[in-house]
Every structure is written in structure tokens, then in C-alpha cells.
Design a protein around this ligand. Structure first.
Ligand SMILES: *Cc1c(COP(=O)(O)O)cnc(C)c1O
Length: 422
């Protein structure tokens, strides 16, 4: 059974100060999980997690991860700016972008970040944008085809827009080495939200073998291998959580079998986890405000897809707890909806839940990553606040809720904004 990390009493206390809907994050859960990740990979001296900023671009949460040595994985100008504002510089920044505008390469290089090229044509783009090639460069690999674990298809890299082919990455290493690049890295992201302990070890094997080949072919000094994101979380209550220790020891086995015999036992391992770092340690808190009995039973809540897009966009499952009714029988079947004029604005469809009364608090689980950050403003709906539940039980506003003034802010070049907001 999935249990919220917060009690009903605490939620009511928070909701008295900051009205629903809001995102709540669990400081203790975030810390414990980050510590466990670093411990699991402590056998690799250069290990570093670059938190995927797009998952949860909140400076307070990124600061928490910094305590453990995490850097940031950025893929846009504003993500780079956020890193800069937090004083993150140099090789604590990984710039893993695609379809990249020139000015973003320039910004990444100015900050001293590691540029991870998505395509061979971007070598020339970096030279054009920056004026030279940085001494450390990384390339993203796409092996094509299907990525399988045993007979299970995990994902379809051959259909993904990312990364270079095997031939291109060899050519790219050769070109960059000739142009004076001194240190190299390899990156790949072949499957998303994997709820298995086998993904990273299998990916590691592919990348380690590639690293050995590229070193032989080009003589490149390969310093790091970036396993990127993709470790998933159990969104459904019947799913088994990944075991990061087993994952890390599977990667270690591949490292010792492939890299060490090739004289590459000093290669650092990097990760760019987003979901795994924060997903389970955030929830969306919302209140039941309307009920409707037509051809189905509907519960309308005060959050909508603007606050959490994953169910509408991917049909993603997010577990829901009706606070205070954790032990009540799930003898009602509801669609839990938001207020958008879009029929896919539903947090749950035909979900068995306890009887919901107006005013009940609902916790929508596992929204700590790719939740708030995917938000948008359809129907003129505003994005919610983000709040951090601290280890000592106190709570802190870490992003205020949007106001109409924020929504209309892009009219600040004319007097419309004044007329609306005065
Ligand atoms: C989205 C993304 C990640 C993080 O993915 P998760 O599924 O959150 O682990 C890491 N690296 C890159 C390049 C990404 O695009």
C-alpha cells in the first residue's frame, strides 16, 4: 500500500496557510534517497549525479541535492541560468540538449559546463557559437533498433530523435581529437522510467564496450561515461521499487569485466537522474470541491491538468490517497477530474476509492518529478505553489502560487496589464 509522507493533520495545518492546490516535497525522503544513491556508487571514485533540472526546476530542491555533491543536467537557456544563479559552475554543469540554439552552447561554455553533443553537426555549431571547442566534450550515442532486456522491449531508440549513430560517434571523436579536444565522455539515454534493476547494468555494458572500441579506434582519452536518466519509480502500488544497490553492483560488474581489463579502470560514472531523485518525494495536494452524478460518478478537485499533466498527456497512473480514509473500504468508483474544458483533464478514471466528501484532501502521489515542471496555463489556469516539508516538521514556501498578474505579465509592453491588474 502506498502511504503519503505527510499526515492529514499536517496537511490541514499547511492548507490553513497556503490554500490548495499545492505541491509538497519531503526533505527527509529527498536527503535519504540522495545519500543512498551516492553510497551505492561509492566504489566509483568519480561518481556524480547531475540532477535533470527539467524534472523539478526549483532552486531550493536543487540546493538540497547539492549537499550530496549533485551537479545539474541542463538542456535550455533558463536551466543554465538557474544553475548560474545557484553558483553552479564548471564541470558541475552537464549540458545535454538537442536541437540546440547557438546562444545556449555559448552560455554553457561561458559557465564552463560540459557540452554533451546530440549530433555530429553540432561540432561546427559549438565552434561557431563559442569560438573554439572546450577541452572536455561528450557525445550522445543512439545504437538504433530496439532496446531489450531479455525478451522485453524497454524502448525504441531507433525511433528516437536523440544521439549519434555508431559511425557518427566514432567520426565525431576523431574530428574533435584533431581539433584539440583532450577529454571525452559518452552518454546515452535508451529507456525511460524503467522499473527493473537491469536497465543501468545493460546500458553500462553497451557504453563500456563502446568506450573500449572508441579508445582503440581514435585514441581518445575517455574520462567519463554518463548513464543519464531513466531509472524509474513504482507509480502503481503493486510495482516493486528499484534497488539502487543492486543496480550499482550490476554496473560495477560490467565495469570490472569490460573497462578494467582495457586499462580504463579510472573512468568516472555520471548519472542524470530526475524522476528517481525526486518523483516519490513530492505530491500534489488538492481538495474535493464538486461532485457530479451523471452517467458516471465524478469528483471535481481544485487542481487540474495545468498542475499535473502526466495523466492527461500519457494516461499516466498516479495513486490517490483520500486523507483520513486510508483504512476505509474502496467501495466507490470515481473519475477524479480537474476543471479544464478538456475531457482528458482527469487524474483518475474508474478508480476504486473510499467515499469522497466535499472538502476532503486528496494526495496525488509521486509527482515530485515531471509534475509541476510540465505545467502550463491552458484555460488561463494558474500554477500552484510548491512547499517543502522539512525534516523537523516545519514547512517552507519554495515557490509561490501564480497570480493573475503573472498570467498577464507578458502584456507589460502595453497598458492592458495595468487595466487588468489595477
Ligand atoms: C529527461 C532527461 C533526464 C532525466 O530523465 P528521468 O526520466 O527523470 O530520469 C536525463 N537526461 C536527459 C538528457 C533528459 O532529457
Amino acid at each position: 500500500m502506498k502511504k503519503p509522507f505527510v499526515t492529514k493533520e499536517k496537511l490541514e495545518e499547511i492548507a490553513d496557510v497556503y490554500p490548495t492546490p499545492f505541491y509538497l516535497y519531503d526533505e527527509k525522503g529527498i536527503r535519504d534517497n540522495a545519500r543512498e544513491l551516492y553510497e551505492a556508487f561509492s566504489w566509483n571514485p568519480g561518481f556524480k549525479e547531475y540532477f535533470a533540472v527539467k524534472a523539478t526546476p526549483n532552486p531550493f530542491l536543487i540546493q538540497l541535492l547539492r549537499e550530496f555533491g549533485c551537479g545539474t543536467d541542463c538542456s535550455s537557456m533558463t536551466e543554465l541560468m538557474l544553475s548560474e544563479a545557484l553558483g553552479i559552475r564548471g564541470e558541475d554543469i552537464m549540458f545535454s540538449s538537442n536541437d540546440t540554439p547557438l546562444e545556449e552552447f555559448k552560455k554553457a561554455a561561458q559557465l564552463g559546463g560540459i557540452i554533451n553533443l546530440d549530433d555530429i553537426t553540432h561540432i561546427a555549431k559549438v565552434e561557431e557559437a563559442v569560438g573554439y571547442l572546450p577541452e572536455t566534450m561528450s557525445c550522445r550515442y543512439n545504437p538504433g533498433g530496439l532496446f531489450k532486456i531479455s525478451n522485453d522491449i524497454m524502448d525504441n531508440p531507433g525511433d528516437a530523435k536523440y544521439g549519434m549513430t555508431r559511425e557518427q560517434i566514432g567520426e565525431a571523436f576523431g574530428i574533435m581529437k584533431d581539433k584539440g579536444v583532450k577529454r571525452f565522455g559518452i552518454h546515452a539515454f535508451l529507456a525511460s522510467n524503467t522499473v527493473t534493476n537491469d536497465y543501468y547494468p545493460l546500458l553500462a555494458k553497451v557504453l563500456f564496450e563502446l568506450a573500449v572500441q572508441l579508445k582503440e579506434e581514435t585514441g581518445a582519452d575517455i574520462r567519463f561515461i554518463n548513464l543519464s536518466g531513466g531509472i524509474g519509480i513504482p507509480y502503481r502500488p503493486d510495482q516493486q521499487k528499484n534497488d539502487i544497490r543492486k543496480i550499482a553492483s550490476g554496473v560495477k560488474k560490467a565495469y570490472e569485466e569490460i573497462l578494467v581489463p582495457a586499462g580504463m579502470g579510472d573512468v568516472a560514472l555520471y548519472t542524470e537522474l530526475g524522476r528517481y531523485m525526486l518523483g516519490p518525494y513530492g505530491c500534489l495536494v488538492t481538495r474535493a470541491v464538486n461532485e457530479k452524478h451523471t452517467y458516471k460518478e465524478y469528483i471535481g478537485v481544485d487542481a487540474c491538468a495545468v498542475n499535473l499533466m502526466r495523466p492527461a498527456m500519457y494516461g499516466a497512473y498516479h495513486h490517490i490517497t483520500v486523507m483520513g480514509k486510508e483504512n476505509a473500504p474502496c467501495d466507490h468508483t470515481y473519475d477524479v477530474t480537474g476543471s479544464l474544458c478538456e475531457n482528458n483533464d482527469k487524474f483518475a478514471i474508474d478508480r476504486s476509492l473510499p467515499e469522497i466528501e466535499m472538502g476532503d484532501l486528496l494526495v496525488i502521489h509521486d509527482t515530485g518529478a515531471h509534475g509541476y515542471s510540465m505545467g502550463y496555463n491552458y484555460n488561463g489556469k494558474l500554477k500552484s505553489a510548491e512547499i517543502l516539508l522539512k525534516e523537523d516538521g516545519s514547512f517552507q514556501l519554495i515557490r509561490r502560487a501564480e497570480t493573475p498578474r503573472d498570467y498577464f505579465a507578458t502584456f507589460d509592453f502595453c497598458d492592458i496589464l495595468k487595466k487588468i491588474t489595477d
